[in-house]
Design a protein around this ligand. Structure first.
Ligand SMILES: [Zn+2]
Length: 248
């Protein structure tokens, strides 16, 4: 990499860190290295968007300030992003999410089922002290993902995560000091997914879940336990919290 670009990346890093958005720096790297078609800037503050814009231009990215902001190397995607009015992102095309996970998320079931699977896994560990490796793998496999995998074993998510990890290794000189806090945040995020499970389930049509449970290999009793918010559920959540905080 040219020394000039190294310096610019350093400045970009300072900017993202100052804004408490370390993850944004990783995403820029994924876009620059072609493992992600574009990044959603998630910023409604126009002044801040313009600041991002000015820095991202150094890297020959096309930046749209519309709809919360979008950065990409692909001029076609840039034009399309600018065009649409009704705001529903095609996450597969714009952000590179695996089609299976997008489909699953759009059914309003998928990400919740994935979290129920995770809950079941944590419960199994509590009961049998086994499957720890699987849980570790799940956490490792989704550190840099922005979508909820459609299942804890989603192959496309694992492949994507490996590509992200390779980019992070390549830019270790730039990001190494940011990683420990970022990984910790990832575990907190999984915890809050688990803790919000009951609330998320409450908004769903339970019959729909029942129809899909067996296909996803989920234990019906686990769902009932969650829905009833019984003592076991509370115990398992408490265990999950302690366990996740100590696991990696
Ligand atoms: Zn998937």
């Amino acid at each position: 990499m040219k020394p000039l670009l190294r310096q610019e990346l350093g400045e970009l890093k300072n900017f993202f860190v100052a804004n408490g958005w370390e993850d944004g720096l990783f995403q820029v790297l994924f876009v620059l290295e072609n493992v992600k078609p574009g990044m959603y800037l998630q910023q409604t503050n126009q002044r801040k968007l313009r600041q991002f814009n000015n820095m991202l231009l150094w890297f020959n990215l096309h930046i749209s300030l519309r709809h919360g902001g979008y950065a990409t190397k692909n001029i076609g995607l840039f034009k399309e992003w600018n065009k649409f009015f009704g705001f529903k992102i095609d996450a597969e095309r714009f952000l590179g999410y695996p089609p299976c996970c997008v489909r699953s998320h759009n059914s309003h079931l998928g990400d919740i089922l994935s979290v129920i699977q995770l809950y079941s896994l944590v419960k199994a560990i509590r009961l049998k002290k086994s499957n720890i490796l699987q849980l570790k793998q799940f956490i490792l496999n989704r550190r840099f993902l922005h979508h909820n995998p459609c299942s804890i074993n989603c192959e496309m998510s694992v492949i994507l995560e490996r590509k992200f990890e390779a980019v992070i290794n390549k830019y270790n000189w730039l990001v190494a000091d940011l990683l420990p806090a970022f990984y910790n945040l990832g575990i907190q995020c999984i915890l809050s997914l688990l803790e919000g499970l009951q609330e998320r389930l409450a908004n769903l049509n339970i019959n729909l879940i029942n129809d899909n449970i067996l296909d996803m290999g989920i234990n019906r009793n686990d769902v009932e336990e969650i829905l009833q918010n019984n003592v076991e559920f509370q115990n398992n959540l408490r265990f999950a919290k302690q366990f996740l905080e100590s696991v990696i």
